[in-house]
Design a protein around this ligand. Structure first.
Ligand code: IMP
Length: 424
């Protein structure tokens, strides 16, 4: 069996949580492979709205195994809170959640360093979620990190203290306050919760599942344009959010990748700083934010909004080897008379370019085409036969441009508001 991968093609917040939740019944095992509590995967069902940060979105299905892979970074404080809020909903995550021994821990001092680094950058700040993601991955690649498997070693406390001390020395260089003592009690309490879970070499577990013909879904976090290598560097997160990240973040070989579901919103959003070629800083952008309820699920920050950008979307499809497209939040565009879609860029180097320039920070003049809006409530639609003609034309246009099929269209936040296409 192969691993199917589901990931975001834009700047995150494409609605991955809901789609994973909908696809979960088709799989036996759901695995997160990168990122950490900077993610906020929202699910809505039975009048409940729930946001997951570190835990895979299959957790609400008790018969599915959920895996937090080695590529994920875990903050024990946030993990404990997530577990407690699941328990309040009557979910028992100890039954179906396994953590990789090799996943790295976010220390309170990583969070402090994140804040120190952003503070030092002033106006050039990344707009980080301040969850300590960057500093934790820096320690991982710098070979100084602390992994979950280390918790059980006699030298753990010593290792922890040594790393905190190093972080405090770094904070002194930033001239930033480095006392984290008031956060440590909570952090160690979180470690105790982690210890109460199955902690394993999950690379064996995932590969064994594949050998037994079980179906595995890898759930990406953030989005391709936030990838450390291919995103709008330096305004990116610190992990590989692309399909290749599923291989390194779970321990699966590239030839084990099956379908790649690429999720994108009917328009674009971005939280934090960085270039955004199709951004709308006007009343249309405000309307998109209002209709789409575009406020960060992790930080509550208002999201920047803009038109769909097919140039960057095509790039994301290429980097990820997307096989199936999934369009979300189509309903948000229902009030618009016409819908703009960027199909090319004019840059300082090219009159018309279909490629992303080296730096998205340079002035890009997106070239748009205008498509008619459908001006109809689509939230109650249950089959693609009921799609307004203009919505079909919009979907066909995107498919032709990207040379890929849109197999699912989400028309509202609820689990049930998703329409499958190409059903025989
Ligand atoms: P960090 O990963 O928290 O350091 O944030 C780096 C950049 O990625 C910032 O612009 C964040 O707003 C953005 N970011 C991180 N995680 C997410 C996410 O899950 N959704 C959307 N943006 C994110």
């Amino acid at each position: 069996m192969k691993v199917d991968v589901l990931l975001g093609l834009q700047w995150g917040d494409e609605g991955k949580g809901k789609v994973v939740d909908v696809l979960t019944p088709r799989y036996d095992l759901i695995a997160r492979f990168q990122g950490g509590p900077n993610a906020g995967h929202s699910l809505e069902f039975n009048e409940i709205k729930h946001v997951l940060h570190t835990i895979p979105s299959g957790i609400f299905h008790p018969d599915k195994l959920n895996v937090i892979g080695n590529g994920v970074v875990i903050d024990p404080v946030i993990f404990k809170k997530e577990i407690e809020s699941l328990e309040r909903l009557g979910v028992d995550p100890r039954k179906n959640l396994v953590l990789s021994k090799k996943a790295h821990l976010i220390l309170p001092s990583h969070r402090m360093l994140d804040a120190a680094s952003e503070h030092s950058k002033g106006k050039a700040k990344i707009g980080s979620t301040l969850k300590g993601i960057g500093p934790t991955y820096m320690d991982k690649t710098g070979r100084n990190g602390i992994r979950i498997g280390d918790i059980f070693q006699a030298s753990f406390e010593e290792k922890y203290r040594a790393l905190v001390e190093k972080h405090q020395q770094l904070a002194a260089l930033y001239d930033y306050p480095s006392d984290i003592s008031d956060q440590e009690k909570e952090w160690f309490a979180g470690l105790e919760v982690i210890k109460s879970f199955r902690i394993e070499a999950t690379e064996y577990l995932v590969n064994e599942a594949l050998r037994k013909e079980e179906r595995v879904l890898a759930e990406g976090a953030q989005g391709t344009l936030l990838d450390i290598d291919f995103g709008s560097y330096p305004f990116v997160t610190s992990s590989n959010t692309v399909t290749a990240g599923a291989c390194t973040g779970l321990g699966i070989a590239p030839n084990k990748i099956g379908k790649v579901y690429g999720i994108f919103k009917a328009y674009c959003t971005r939280v934090g700083s960085g270039p955004f070629p199709t951004e709308l800083e006007d009343s249309t952008g405000d309307l998109l934010r209002k209709q789409g309820n575009e406020f960060g699920s992790t930080t509550g920050r208002p999201r920047r909004t803009g038109w769909l950008d097919l140039v960057s979307l095509k790039y994301s499809c290429m980097i990820n080897g997307v096989t199936d497209l999934i369009l979300t939040k189509a309903d948000v565009l229902s009030d618009f008379d016409s819908i703009m879609v960027a199909v090319a860029y004019r840059t300082s180097e090219a009159e018309t370019s279909l490629e992303l320039p080296y730096s998205l920070e340079e002035t890009i003049d997106p070239q748009y085409i205008e498509l008619p809006g459908w001006k109809a409530d689509i939230t109650q639609i249950t089959s693609e036969n009921e799609f307004p003609e203009e919505l079909n034309a919009y979907l066909n246009f995107i498919e032709e441009y990207l040379e890929l099929p849109i197999t699912l269209v989400s028309v509202g936040p609820n689990r049930s508001q998703i329409i499958e296409r190409y059903i025989d």
